[in-house]
Design a protein around this ligand. Sequence first.
Ligand code: PEP
Ligand code: MN
Length: 338
Amino acid sequence: MIIIMKTNAPDEQIHAVEEKLKAMGLQPHLSRGVERTVIGAIGDERQVDQESLEALHGVERVVRVMKPYKFVARESHGADSVINVGGIPIGGRTIQIIAGPCSVETPEQMESAAAGVAAAGCRLMRGGAFKPRTSPYAFQGVGVEGLVMLKDAAARHGLPIVTELMDVRMLDTFLQYGVDVIQIGTRNMQNFDLLKEVGRTHTPVILKRGMSATISEWLMAAEYVAAGGNHNIIFCERGVRSFEDAYRNMLDVTAVPVLKRETHLPVVIDPSHAGGKAWMVPALSRAAIAAGADGLLVEMHPRPEEAWSDADQALSPQELIDLMAQLRGIAGVIGRAL
Ligand code: PEP
Ligand code: MN
């Protein structure tokens, strides 16, 4: 069960609801969002009198949520949530394509990349300054300097930035450098301490699916972030491990309609880490948008053959322009805008 408080309900009213829940034998869990507070009630709800909760001051609505994930469940919020990233909506009618290189490399590379992202009509930029690499001897990312390079180049083209946070010790630095969307990578989907800390901020989060995670594990991971009060969560399917070795990961397009049913939060697809080859990216992207994804997180490098990481899967600037044209056609057919 969740209790949705009215916008700006004062602390006394929130406290009164918590006390009432405890008296009913339920454990209250407070999630303070930017505008409103939602109280999750954990425990046996069968004996609970919903009307007496609804009668309390400051309560807007009481919703019974049978799922183990409360705040992210579709039942808790019927309409699709739209996440506002610096004025750019993610979710809702508009499809957003987030593009940029796998890694931040140099100021020149970032400037060409940002120019390419903007020229293609994409409205957000990605780039990793801290990279989770399989080998400890592989390029690990340029670090904090990369945040500056990414932010500066993107700002010149009016693009909010998306970048991966791997270590909780870097969270304050990310906030200080104005990271607009924190990406949690596949390898950290169940790093619960990281999720809890990110949940204490109000910065939007892209939560990638663990490469071997079930959809319910993924939803529970998102619940960790939401439980802390951060409801600005975007799911990102990036392919899962399978028996197949003809491509990097198996894109689970089926996850899109399942998530759309289970959660009110937006869902994007990363076709680059799924296919692992640039030539697969257009086909996977078309499938993603046709299946109802709210956008893509796609790798594009000004000179793909020279990329310091994931060179095989990066689109060129021209390929990104061509992809956008194809996606505009699909968006029109399904009644969405791009
Ligand atoms: C990335 O986006 O560059 C990345 C490392 O992705 P993933 O966590 O999906 O492997
Ligand atoms: Mn990558």
